[in-house]
Design a protein around this ligand. Structure first.
Ligand code: SF4
Ligand code: SF4
Length: 113
């Protein structure tokens, strides 16, 4: 099931990303690996735990559940990657939320029909 969400994110987000190869495959690895790829199971749970018309609660949950575990965030909650717009997860987070919720709604509809 998680692969279904990941494929949708690659299609909608990674294909547009400046750090992707234009076909949805990420070009970053090692120390530069994107938080989206690295923390995807937790990101999925985080997004699906929130229901809101605004982005703030999603961002708050992301910082609490994912950024707090990320090696790029300092104990005072600052992140140099985020500050320099180098984190793909942070850069495309609204589109990531939209994509995950679309897939989730589609899954629920299919289960009910
Ligand atoms: S940097 Fe993140 S958003 Fe961009 S292609 Fe890689 S995994 Fe996708
Ligand atoms: S915004 Fe910073 S702390 Fe959060 S996932 Fe991206 S690199 Fe990690």
């Amino acid at each position: 099931m998680i692969e279904y969400y990941w494929q949708a994110v690659q299609e909608k987000v990674c294909k547009k990303c400046i750090d992707g190869d234009g076909r949805g495959i990420c070009r970053l690895s090692g120390i530069d690996e994107c938080g989206l790829k690295l923390h995807f199971p937790k990101i999925l749970d985080t997004v699906l735990s929130v229901t809101s018309d605004t982005m703030e609660p999603y961002i708050e949950a992301l910082r609490k559940n994912v950024c707090s575990q990320c090696k790029h965030q300092s104990p005072d909650g600052k992140c140099s990657f985020r500050a320099s717009v180098d984190c793909g997860l942070d850069r495309y987070f609204p589109l990531i939320v939209e994509t995950i919720e679309e897939v989730h709604k589609k899954n629920i509809t299919e289960l009910l029909t």
